[in-house]
Write a protein that binds this ligand. Structure first.
Ligand code: NDP
Ligand code: 8X3
Length: 251
């Protein structure tokens, strides 16, 4: 039975990944800031499946809170076999000369520093056991930049660099590292980016069929079910109507 920790499990990809994996032989540790949403999801999963679920409520930007949360994990959910670094966000679509420093800090602190804080706490146990799998949520924005997306794209370029760094640093220990790089997917992502302006968020997905969270959850399940000698290093997945972060049909 695998112990799986998923950050950002209160919505979108993280929630869908948790729902999918709850039907497999595992225990889930789910993290996010919104306690009501996360606790409701954990209860639903425990009612519907045999899967034990542990909610951890904290902000990945808060290094002390990350440490306290990871140290609080009870023995029965340890050791962590799989870490899914999914928590992340984009804020606004401003060009560099107009961007708000506060928005930049939120993206950099969550998408880069938060991912590093959690990995630094979890990876040593994997190294010690010479076993484990880390899945990082990159993006097509790990490969291209688009207008107004500069700092978000920079954080996702960093996730690509860190995924390669983890793969090389952990190579001697047999730890798998996979970066999944989705294109446009309809989750709470654009609502968060535009501060709750749902009409503006909906426009992002007008005129084509975007990915949905389950598409990414199915890929995570596939990645985790490869034989021990197979590591998928990176998967780029877009809607059929989208070539990359820049070129989308009908846009
Ligand atoms: P959602 O907004 O639906 O989910 C984001 C999750 O991250 C939520 O559970 C949120 O929980 C959590 N989160 C955000 N900030 C923090 C924080 N500071 N501390 C703890 N948890 C946090 O978006 P998606 O599911 O779409 O995004 C998931 C990941 O996928 C992100 O890394 C995103 O960059 C990436 N991605 C998304 C794409 C898309 O088009 N949707 C495409 C490519 C990549 P809470 O608010 O409760 O803390
Ligand atoms: C999220 C999707 O289109 O903003 O990574 O790059 S996009």
């Amino acid at each position: 039975m695998r112990n799986i920790l998923i950050t950002g499990a209160s919505s979108g990809f993280g929630e869908a990944i948790a729902r999918n994996l709850s039907h497999t032989d595992c225990r889930l540790i789910l993290t996010a800031r919104r306690e009501d949403k996360l606790v409701a999801l954990c209860k639903e999963i425990e009612d519907d499946t045999q899967c034990p679920v542990l909610p951890l409520i904290f902000d990945v930007r808060d290094q002390a809170a990350c440490e306290e949360a990871i140290r609080s994990i009870p023995e029965e959910f340890l050791p962590i076999d799989v870490l899914v670094n999914n928590a992340g966000l984009a804020v606004e679509l401003d060009p560099i000369h107009k961007g708000a420093l506060e928005d930049w800090e939120r993206m950099i602190d969550t998408n880069i520093k938060g991912l590093l804080y959690i990995t630094r706490l979890v990876a040593p146990q994997m190294v010690e056991r010479k076993s484990g799998h880390i899945i990082n949520l990159g993006s097509t924005a790990s490969h291209e930049v688009y207008m107004g997306g500069g700092v978000y794209c920079a954080t996702k370029h960093a996730v690509l660099a860190l995924s390669k760094a983890m793969r090389t640093d952990f190579l001697p220990y047999g730890i798998k590292v996979t970066m999944i790089a989705p294109g446009a997917a309809e989750t709470e992502f654009s609502n968060v980016r535009f501060h709750g302006d749902q009409a503006r968020a909906d426009k992002v997905y007008e005129g084509y069929d975007p990915l949905v969270a389950k598409d990414i959850a199915d890929i995570v399940e596939f990645v985790l079910n490869r034989p021990a000698h197979v590591c998928l290093n990176e998967i780029i997945v877009t809607p059929t109507a989208q070539f990359n972060g820049v070129i989308t049909r009908n846009k």
